[in-house]
Ligand binder design. Structure first.
Ligand code: ADP
Ligand code: ADP
Length: 223
């Protein structure tokens, strides 16, 4: 289980999260929902180890992701929303490059790249240059990259925004496949119906505080 325990975060005088508590069951496909400004991005960045909370802790099966940076690196696969400045690389080169940042080289790196591209359905794009990819394909490649170190938890911030309907459909399929394969998946959205379609559990936040959380059935019953 991933526990967000009494997490607070301010930017200067502006409070983004205020004593936020959420429990994300292991194996869940979890949707963090709230209007713009609710604190979703802040929560996701804290869970992913990108920024630190002012107060509180994040525990994954009782291991703190805040107190030990290496724990968060090992456990979390944060899916960035851009590929970065690697336009002159092919998809395959991009994957082997990021594999090398995890110490994988040669045959092992190439094999890993092949397996992950297959997993996200991009085997036929392996020799495409990054700047030739659609938004949806770029996102799939970001997912493949986040899977290199085999993290237990996959995290995406507003993954459906900016995708056309077909790419949205493929994103849903991919998230459900990853989840069925044993990954706990956390994603955010400002649209409840978008996540209630695919998620097992939902947490709704507003003004940096929890409004309600529970299984999809419980939430849809109450809102
Ligand atoms: P959401 O992802 O739900 O839109 P955010 O976590 O991005 O919410 O933002 C929560 C609140 O914190 C918002 O009011 C936002 O304007 C504010 N905020 C976010 N980042 C910063 C920052 N770097 N500096 C100041 N205020 C920020
Ligand atoms: P999202 O829509 O993903 O929540 P935003 O568009 O709110 O992201 O924020 C984009 C960037 O601007 C983030 O890095 C965030 O920290 C920063 N930011 C958001 N709100 C503010 C703010 N009020 N003051 C300063 N920076 C902010």
């Amino acid at each position: 289980m991933l526990e967000i325990k009494n997490v607070s975060k301010s930017y200067g005088r502006h409070t983004a999260l205020s004593n936020l508590c959420l429990n994300i069951p292991e194996g869940a496909l979890y949707g963090l929902v709230g209007p713009n400004g609710a604190g979703k991005t802040t929560a996701i960045k804290i869970i992913s180890g990108i920024i630190y909370p002012d107060k509180g802790d994040i525990l994954f099966n009782n291991i703190s992701l805040v107190k030990e940076e290496k724990n968060s690196k090992e456990i979390v696969g944060y899916v960035p929303d851009v590929l970065g400045i690697y336009d002159d690389m092919t998809v395959f080169e991009y994957m082997t490059f990021f594999a090398s940042t995890y110490g994988l080289t040669g045959y092992v790196a190439r094999k890993k790249a092949e397996i992950l591209l297959e997993q996200v359905g991009m085997t036929d794009k392996r020799d495409f240059y990054l700047n030739e990819l659609s938004r949806g394909m770029q996102q799939k490649l970001c997912v493949a990259r986040a899977l290199i170190h085999d993290p237990a938890l996959i995290i995406m911030d507003e993954p459906a925004s900016g995708l056309d309907p077909r790419a949205r459909y493929e994103l849903k399929e991919l998230l459900q496949e990853l989840n069925a394969g044993g990954k706990t998946v956390l994603l955010s959205s400002h649209i409840l119906s978008e996540v209630s379609e695919i998620c097992t559990d939902i947490g709704i936040i507003e003004g940096g505080r929890k409004i309600i959380s529970g299984s999809v059935e419980e939430i849809l019953d109450k809102v």
